[in-house]
Design a protein around this ligand. Structure first.
Ligand SMILES: [Zn+2]
Ligand SMILES: [Zn+2]
Length: 375
C-alpha cells in the first residue's frame, strides 16, 4: 500500500487530485471520510516515492491490468439505450452522439452509455475468455488473478504476481498482441496436423474457431463472404457432417477433394477473431495507470466495484451483487430512461415523469444525468 499512488476525483471541482500516498489503511479511511470523493483510484504501479512528481517517483514495477469494457464490444442494443444530451439546450437523442446538437448547434454534448444486461453479459463472456488465456496459456494460478466488476460497463482483471511485476510497456504490448491474435501466422501453428479441439493455446483455439464456423446456420452464405468459389462452398456444405464427425480423429484436413489447406486457412483467419480477448490495449500497456479501487463506488452509476470470485463468475449479476445502497425510497424526476432490472425489481422505461424509487435506482439515474432530485 505504501508504494502505491492514490488519486481522487471530487464532487465539487472537476479535477483529479493525485500523487497522494498512504502508509496505513486507517490514513486512507480517514481521508475518504473527510473528503468524500466521487471516485477513488490507485496506481497499478509500485513506487519508491509515490507522492513525488512522475519523473521522481522511482518506478519499481506494476500489476498487469486488463480492462474489458462493453464500449469496445459491438452489441446491437447500444443504439437503443445509449443517449446523448445537449448541455446548452437539453436536446436528447439515441445512439452514437452527433458532432453537434441538431437543434442549437452546440458541440457541448454529454453522452450517456447505459450499463445494460446484454452488454454486461457480453463483457463477462470476454472476461471468461481472458481468464482462460491467463491460466492455460500464461500459467497463472487462480490466486494471482483478481476479477472485478468495474462498477459501470465492464470487468477488470488484476494480475498480481512477482513474475510480471517488472515487465515494461513493450512486453505488455506483446501480451496484448498474443491475446488479440495480432500477427498470428498459421504456418507456425500445427493445426493442420492435429487440430484437436482441446489442444492448449492458439492451436486449440483455431480448431475450435473452425469447428464453430462449421456449425453456423448460414454456412454457405458465410463461406461466400470469405471469397470461396462455388465449388469449394458446395464441397464443404455437402460434407458438413463428415467434417464435424472427422474432428474426433484429426480435424477436417484432406478429407474433402478440392478443399485444401489455404481454404481452411481463410476460414481460420476469419473466425479466430471470436477466440481473441476483447481488451482495451491502452490500459494494459500503461505502466503508470490509475485504476479504480475495489470496494469503492463508480461515479457514473453508484454501483460498487466489487471483486468477483473466479468460481462464481457465471452466476455473478452486477444488478444484484454491485448494488451499494439500502432499500430506502426517494422521489426523482426522470427525463428519460430505458427499462432495467435492479435487485430483481423492474423499473422504467421512464420519460418526463416523477417517480418514487429505491435510493440505488435514484443514484443510478442521477449519476447518469438522466434524472434530477425532486423535493
Ligand atoms: Zn442543443
Ligand atoms: Zn446493451
Amino acid at each position: 500500500m505504501e508504494e502505491r499512488e492514490f488519486g481522487f476525483s471530487l464532487f465539487k471541482e472537476a479535477v483529479m487530485v493525485r500523487h497522494i500516498g498512504f502508509r496505513r489503511v486507517e490514513e486512507l479511511r480517514s481521508f475518504l471520510v473527510n473528503k468524500v470523493p466521487k471516485d477513488v483510484y490507485y496506481s497499478c504501479a509500485y513506487y519508491e516515492r509515490p507522492t513525488e512528481e512522475m519523473e521522481n517517483k522511482g518506478w519499481l514495477g506494476a500489476d498487469l491490468i486488463f480492462d474489458i469494457d462493453a464500449d469496445h464490444i459491438s452489441t446491437p442494443c447500444k443504439k437503443m439505450h445509449d443517449l446523448w444530451i445537449c448541455k446548452e439546450c437539453g436536446q436528447m437523442g439515441r445512439g452514437v452522439e452527433p458532432n453537434a446538437c441538431p437543434v442549437c448547434g452546440s458541440t457541448k454534448l454529454n453522452s450517456s452509455s447505459w450499463p445494460c444486461e446484454v452488454c454486461l453479459e457480453s463483457a463477462k463472456r470476454e472476461m471468461i475468455k481472458l481468464v482462460d488465456f491467463m491460466m492455460d496459456d500464461f500459467g497463472f494460478s487462480p490466486d494471482e488473478l483478481r476479477i472485478y466488476f468495474s462498477g459501470h460497463r465492464g470487468y477488470h482483471l488484476h494480475v498480481e504476481s512477482e513474475v510480471i511485476k517488472e515487465i515494461g510497456q513493450n512486453e505488455r504490448k506483446e501480451i496484448v498482441d498474443y491475446l488479440q491474435a495480432v500477427g498470428i501466422d498459421l504456418k507456425y501453428h500445427p493445426f493442420s496436423q492435429r487440430g484437436s479441439l482441446d489442444e492448449k493455446g492458439w492451436g486449440g483455439r483455431i480448431a475450435r474457431a473452425i469447428y464453430e464456423f462449421m456449425l453456423r446456420p448460414n454456412l454457405a452464405q458465410d463461406l461466400a463472404r470469405l471469397g470461396l468459389n462455388k465449388k469449394a462452398i458446395a464441397n464443404i456444405t455437402e460434407n458438413r457432417d463428415k467434417i464435424i464427425e472427422n474432428w474426433k480423429e484429426h480435424g477436417p484436413w484432406n478429407i474433402i477433394r478440392g478443399v485444401g489447406f489455404s481454404t481452411w486457412e481463410k476460414i481460420a483467419y476469419f473466425s479466430l477473431k471470436n477466440q481473441a480477448a476483447n481488451i482495451d490495449s491502452v490500459v494494459t500497456t500503461d505502466i503508470h495507470r490509475l485504476i479504480r479501487m475495489g470496494g469503492t463506488l463508480h461515479g457514473k452509476t453508484g454501483f460498487k466495484k466489487v471483486e468477483v470470485p473466479l468460481m462464481s463468475i457465471e452466476s455473478f449479476n452486477p444488478f444484484n451483487d454491485a448494488v451499494a445502497f439500502k432499500e430506502d425510497y426517494i422521489t426523482i424526476y426522470v427525463l428519460e430512461s430505458p427499462k432495467f432490472v435492479l435487485k430483481d425489481e423492474s423499473y422504467g422505461p421512464y420519460k418526463d415523469c416523477k417517480v418514487e424509487v429505491p435510493v440505488a435506482v435514484a443514484i443510478l439515474l442521477l449519476s447518469k444525468g438522466l434524472a434530477r432530485l425532486e423535493d
